[in-house]
Design a protein around this ligand. Structure first.
Ligand SMILES: [Fe+2]
Length: 333
């Protein structure tokens, strides 16, 4: 596919290996992994389900819920104990998705701190094998009440892998035109290459594209990315990627946000990695950033795809926006 839409200069390279040599050097020793890494990765990728949702600390859950509900169009439900569930259709099927759980930031917790990134798996998922891969990568696993495992990636992001049945909710009743689902998250790491390698080896995600050793885009299945990793403060969220039905869906949502006084931070535009339409909006009460995206690339031919690698200097000139404008400083913080 053609990535170089902004310049006639040389474009990206397609790597032969999903892990760069530098990534491999940064990994801790993993006994026996050389012989089994490919098979383990394939197995995990075949059985890891959708990104179920995230739990995020915010200073005022009700205010953030109003932004996500009244502004963007999520269904909002207060939970016992003070959390707020932010829900949407999810996967076009019979199950809804609790895309976000908003939790009151407690003493010392920073706004946008990630308290959990939850991934679903189907019946029969081999949790014991996950525990082995995690241990080989130096991560400790603990069992969750729902029968899954909790662990942390090298950047300290708390991860939860649980049976899909534990995350089944009824789809919200038809209402405001809003996001269909949480499609990806974009997290910060103090060692992006190491984090990328961890998600590939332990959770079985596949590398779709990277920009230098700074930005990594990884996928579960055919969708170009369900996880983005960028440099930044450990354990913090950069944005939630929420899918809209298409270009036509932006107008009512952005008009609704504007009616409340909530402005666009960056966009509209089209990224090169993922080739998706984007518009970023930010909840003023928490700083929570939501990417409204649509038209994400699908990698249907796994055998024919090799990870695309851009040079670090290509980010602003060739990858950030095929339509031109670069982001404000707030987006890059
Ligand atoms: Fe994104």
């Amino acid at each position: 596919m053609s990535q170089d839409r902004l310049s006639s200069a040389p474009g990206p390279t397609a790597g032969k290996d999903p892990l760069s040599n530098r990534e491999r050097e940064m990994l801790p020793p993993m006994a026996g992994m050389d012989a089994t890494a490919a098979a383990a990765q394939e197995s995990a990728a075949a059985t890891l389900g959708r990104l179920a949702g995230v739990t995020v600390a915010v200073p005022d859950p009700a205010a953030t819920a109003a932004f996500l509900g009244d502004g963007i169009g999520f269904a909002v439900e207060s939970l016992p104990g003070g959390d707020v569930a932010v829900r949407c259709e999810g996967d076009y099927g019979p199950r809804g998705q609790t895309a976000v759980v908003l939790r009151q930031a407690q003493g010392g917790a920073e706004s946008q701190e990630l308290l959990a990134i939850t991934w679903e798996v189907a019946d029969g998922y081999d949790f014991a094998a996950l525990a082995v891969r995690a241990a080989e990568a130096g991560a400790t696993t603990t069992e969750t009440p729902a029968g899954g495992l909790a662990l942390a990636d090298p950047a300290g992001n708390p991860l939860v892998v649980e049976p899909a049945a534990a995350h089944t909710v009824a789809p919200p009743a038809p209402g405001l035109l809003g996001p269909r689902r949480l499609g990806h998250i974009n997290v910060k790491s103090d060692a992006p290459p190491r984090s990328s390698a961890f998600f590939q080896r332990v959770l079985g995600l596949k590398l779709s594209e990277q920009i230098g050793d700074n930005l990594f885009f990884l996928r579960i299945g055919a969708e170009h990315h369900n996880l983005g990793i960028r440099p930044g403060e450990r354990g913090m969220l950069h944005h939630l990627g929420c899918e809209l039905a298409g270009w036509h869906a932006y107008q009512p949502i952005l008009d609704r946000l504007a009616a409340h006084g909530w402005k666009v931070e960056y966009g509209p535009g089209r990224h090169v990695p993922g080739r998706n339409l984007f518009t970023y909006v930010v909840d003023p009460s928490s700083g929570l950033r939501v990417e409204l995206f649509a038209d994400m690339a699908q990698i249907a031919d796994e055998r024919g795809h090799e990870p695309v690698r851009w040079e670090a200097g290509d980010r602003m000139t060739k990858t950030i926006n095929t339509w031109g404008p670069t982001p404000p400083a707030s987006f890059l913080a």
